[in-house]
Write a protein that binds this ligand. Structure first.
Ligand SMILES: C[S@@+](CC[C@H](N)C(=O)[O-])C[C@H]1O[C@@H](n2cnc3c(N)ncnc32)[C@H](O)[C@@H]1O
Length: 222
C-alpha cells in the first residue's frame, strides 16, 4: 500500500469537525465533506454529498471516517415514526467496502452497524464529563479502552444548575457552549454543533490504530 506523508483522512459527514479534530491530533491531514456549509470546520472543507464525493475522490486518501446522520436510528424517531430521515449507513458501508481502504463508520448505539466489527466508546474512558456512548465499525479490528463504571450523576434537565454542581451532562439538543471544553473537549462549536459531535478524544484513540494499520505494510511517499 502507498500512503501519503502525512497520511490523508477523508472525514465524511463532518459537521463542525469533532471527529476530524481527533484524527488531526493522531497525525492525519484531514479533509471534510458535508452536505451543509460548515463555517467552523477547522480543516479543508468541501460541500458535497458524502457518497458521491467518496466515489469520486476516495482513492486520494489513506483512510476514511464517516458519521452518517443518526436521526433515523434514535429512540426519538421511534416516538415519531411519521417523520422521515436519511438512512445512509448501509450505502456508506457498501461504498467504503468498494474502495478497499481502512475505514470507520460512527453512529449512535441503535444504528445498524455490524456488531462483529464495532466497538463502543464512552466519555468515561477519556476523563470527560459526559458518557455519550457511540459505536464505531471498522474493517481494521478496533480495540476499546476498558470501560469504567458510570459513577457520576448525569443531568438531562436543569442542566446549567446541575453542571455547576459538578454533574455529568447528556449533550442532547442545543445544550449551550458552556459544556464544550469539559464534556466534549471542544471549544469552537455552537451548542447545536456540539450535540452532533464526536469528542475528539474518541477519534484520537481510533486514529492511532488506523495509522498502525496503514503503516503495517506501507511505503511512504513525500
Ligand atoms: C452527526 S453529524 C456529524 C458529526 C461530526 N462527525 C462531528 O464529530 O462533529 C452528521 C452530519 O451529516 C451531514 N450530512 C447529512 N447527509 C449528508 C450527505 N448526504 N452527505 C454529506 N453530509 C451529510 C449533516 O449535515 C451533519 O452535519
Amino acid at each position: 500500500m502507498i500512503t501519503h506523508n502525512p497520511p490523508r483522512l477523508l472525514d465524511l459527514c463532518c459537521c463542525a469537525g469533532g471527529a476530524g479534530t481527533g484524527y488531526r491530533r493522531a497525525g492525519f491531514e484531514v479533509v471534510g465533506v458535508d452536505i451543509v456549509a460548515q463555517p467552523r470546520y477547522p480543516f479543508t472543507f468541501h460541500r458535497a454529498d458524502a457518497i458521491e464525493f467518496l466515489t469520486a475522490h476516495g482513492h486520494e486518501f489513506d483512510a476514511v471516517h464517516a458519521s452518517p446522520p443518526c436521526q433515523e436510528y434514535t429512540p426519538l424517531h421511534a416516538l415519531h415514526p411519521e417523520k422521515t430521515y436519511p438512512d445512509l449507513v448501509a450505502a456508506t458501508r457498501d461504498a467504503l467496502e468498494a474502495l478497499g481502504k481502512p475505514y470507520v463508520i460512527e453512529n449512535v448505539m441503535s444504528a445498524p452497524l455490524r456488531k462483529d466489527r464495532s466497538i463502543t466508546l464512552c466519555g468515561g474512558m477519556f476523563g470527560l464529563r459526559t458518557y455519550r456512548h457511540r459505536r464505531f465499525e471498522s474493517n481494521i479490528g478496533l480495540r476499546a479502552p476498558s470501560h469504567p463504571a458510570h459513577v457520576a450523576r448525569t443531568a438531562t434537565s436543569r442542566r446549567r444548575e446541575r453542571w455547576a454542581q459538578g454533574w455529568h451532562i447528556s449533550v442532547t439538543g442545543d445544550v449551550g457552549r458552556y459544556v464544550g471544553p469539559e464534556a466534549m473537549g471542544i471549544d469552537w462549536m455552537t451548542g447545536d454543533e456540539l450535540c452532533q459531535a464526536i469528542p475528539p478524544a474518541y477519534t484520537h484513540h481510533i486514529g492511532r490504530q488506523l495509522l498502525t494499520a496503514i503503516n503495517r505494510d506501507a511505503v511512504e511517499v513525500a
